[in-house]
Design a protein around this ligand. Structure first.
Ligand SMILES: [Zn+2]
Length: 259
């Protein structure tokens, strides 16, 4: 499990305990996977950025400025917070986004170079906003977890991928067109969706860890029941319900774990 030091709220050592108690397997915490990459690898990661969410992935040829940005943000992931956030973006293209599968491929090479044991599942936390292209509606969507080995869990994805209430977007939009600060609108919805550095991120991260590990063990992704932590939430309301209010697996998945 690779830490994302910019988001202390995930509480990586609590997550380790959670995995130990749940799966009775050895768990090791490693440093942020992006911290010690070579120049070429960081350049390749820069090439995974998405600039047009309506187009399928096309390898981006990064310019010097983008490569420098990637190098800085890999060394100090906290710098990602200085980029434009989704809620502040005039155009979604202004947000730094990455194709999750492409990043996964690159990280796979980095990790397997250092650890060739195929029996180890690697889970990478990152504050990069990972996205995947959906052919059903021909556009990219934010995605919190890429279930694979290595699996990637995006803390920004937890906040941005499941949607906030429709009324919130409506009010925030109205506020923006009037040139007002959306913070007042956010206050009206306090607690109803995750925000940056939310104290609840650690509990939420547990759910995504479960999804990554279950996928690794069974090849099965997600659960249709909202009352299960393997539910793939499309709304913040559902995410908070499955992970906090319910906070456990459905009977079927609990049985899989017990056997
Ligand atoms: Zn289930």
């Amino acid at each position: 499990m690779y830490d994302e030091p910019a988001v202390q709220e995930i509480q990586i050592s609590s997550l380790k305990n959670f995995l130990l108690e749940t799966f009775h397997a050895d768990v090791e915490i490693k440093k942020c996977v992006f911290n010690n990459l070579d120049g070429k690898t960081m350049e390749r990661i820069s090439g995974c950025r998405i600039f047009d969410p309506k187009m399928p992935f096309k390898k981006h040829l990064p310019n010097k400025q983008e490569i420098d940005f990637e190098k800085n943000v890999c060394k100090d992931t906290k710098l990602m917070e200085k980029t434009i956030m989704v809620e502040d973006a005039g155009r979604i293209e202004d947000v730094v986004m990455y194709d999750g599968f492409e990043v996964q491929n690159i990280i796979y090479n980095v990790i397997t170079e250092n650890d060739s044991n195929p029996n180890n599942l690697h889970i990478v936390f990152t504050n990069k906003l990972t996205c995947t292209y959906d052919t059903a509606d021909s556009r990219y969507h934010g995605r919190t977890v890429i279930c694979s080995n290595p699996a990637i869990i995006s803390t920004t994805g937890m906040i941005e991928a499941p949607a906030r209430p429709r009324e919130y977007y409506f009010e925030a939009m109205k506020c923006k067109t009037q040139g007002l600060d959306i913070q007042d609108v956010k206050k009206n919805y306090a607690g109803k969706f995750l925000d940056y550095h939310d104290k609840r991120l650690s509990k939420i991260a547990e759910g995504y860890l479960l999804q990554a590990v279950f996928y690794y063990m069974t090849g099965d992704v997600f659960c249709g029941s909202l009352d299960c932590r393997l539910n793939n939430a499309h709304w913040q309301k559902d995410l908070l319900h499955s992970q906090l209010k319910i906070g456990k697996l459905c009977n079927k998945h609990q049985a899989l774990l017990d056997n």
